[in-house]
Design a protein around this ligand. Structure first.
Ligand code: SAH
Length: 362
């Protein structure tokens, strides 16, 4: 049975009642704070399951990528390995386990987890306590030490708040969350009656979009890519991010809510459902490029994992296991790489400062 966070819903109602309609970014930020501070939002028992929670092979391949990137760097004896939005810490534990025997790697790195949620920070601390002697937690990336770095993230950018705009007969209008016109105790979507300050986010080449088009913009994603790019410009290094999203905007809305592994109306279970939007990889690429980064074309997760040799890792693991485990490894591999599962919808984007050698997997 699905339970609702009635108390949080009441707070949201009061806010919208007293302050008026809020934009989607404000709604997503409030709901995400409530959602990610719940006990167990990710995994089989939570709302949704992510690649590291599906299979150890995912984190292992990211570990191979990190160690390879490190081995090619000139200045690599004191490197930050930074993960954004690490969930339960599973990907980092698989990375560290898989790279334990690579000579010099663990001695050269310190681990930095950027996590906003207090309850997930606790889960990460419990899961990672025996994996590395130098692990620090940060509530934001402002407090990272000034050193060369490798930045990684999985399903992080999709959780960041977006603004959504709809092309009406009067021009672009911002999508808002308002009190339902007929049910005083419910929320409903509404359009801003006139242009809002956030409408300046819409690039001028979208002015001719047909009526009904949807445009989404994530200022937080742009600002994080700018911050990473500046860090890489000053100190050197690379960044890798995996998420579901698109490389060409299609004028379709991608905001969605998932609760207990099923899609739900975005306004129906505030604080109980995970609310995300597809990542606009063209925007991330453009941002990194404009700051002088070397960017790589965004590729499918399946292609990336194959380029790194996941099929050989599967063979090795299968040789060490019984028939039942062989089968479940095979189905994990399918889920991660098959175009009909996560292989195509999920994409991988990377960039580095221009002094780095070519990155593996692209
Ligand atoms: N990477 C994990 C978890 C993905 S869920 C996995 O693949 O399993 C999204 C994660 O991002 C959660 O850990 C959430 O608490 C965190 N998060 C969301 N918004 C954040 C923000 N603004 N700053 C830091 N972490 C954030």
């Amino acid at each position: 049975m699905i339970e609702k966070s009635y108390r949080f819903e009441e707070t949201l109602f009061s806010l919208v009642h007293t302050l008026g309609a809020m934009n989607i970014a404000q709604y997503m930020a409030l709901v995400a704070e409530e959602y990610y501070n719940k006990k167990d939002p990710i995994g089989r028992r939570g709302s949704f399951i992510t690649a590291p929670e599906i299979s150890q092979m995912f984190g292992e391949m990211i570990g191979v990528w990190c160690a390879h990137t490190w081995s090619q760097m000139k200045d690599n004896h004191d490197l930050l390995l930074v993960e954004f939005g690490p969930g339960k810490g599973t990907m980092m534990s698989d990375i560290l386990r898989a790279t334990k025997h690579i000579p010099g790697f663990h001695d050269s790195i310190s681990i930095h987890m950027v996590e906003k949620s207090a309850s997930l920070t606790k889960a990460q601390q419990a899961n990672l306590k025996d994996f590395h002697p130098r692990i620090q937690w940060h509530a934001s990336l402002q407090s990272l030490p000034a050193k060369p770095a490798i930045f990684i993230s999985n399903e992080f950018f999709d959780a960041l708040p977006i603004h959504q705009f709809i092309k009406s007969d009067k021009g672009w209008r911002e999508h808002l969350v308002a009190v339902h016109p007929n049910h005083e105790r419910s929320l409903a979507f509404a359009l801003s009656p006139s242009s809002t300050p956030s409408c300046t986010f819409i690039p001028s080449d979208h002015q001719q979009a047909p009526e009904g088009s949807v445009y989404e913009f994530c200022p937080a994603a742009v600002s994080i890519i700018q911050h990473i790019s500046k860090h890489l410009l000053e100190h050197g290094g690379a960044a890798l991010t995996i998420d579901y999203g698109y490389t060409t905007p299609t004028y379709k809305g991608t905001l969605q809510a998932v609760n207990h592994h099923e899609k739900q109306h975005v306004l129906l279970f505030p604080g109980d459902a995970d609310i995300t939007a597809h990542v606009d990889f063209s925007q991330l690429t453009q941002t990194a490029k404009s700051l002088g980064m070397r960017t790589y074309p965004t590729i499918d997760q399946g292609t990336f994992l194959h380029n790194l040799g996941i099929q050989y890792r599967l063979e090795i693991l299968q040789k060490q296991t019984n028939d039942k485990q062989k089968e479940s490894l095979q189905s994990e591999y399918q889920r991660l790489t098959s175009p009909s599962e996560m292989g195509e919808l999920f994409k991988v984007f990377a960039f580095s400062d221009v002094s780095q050698k070519p990155l593996a997997g692209f």
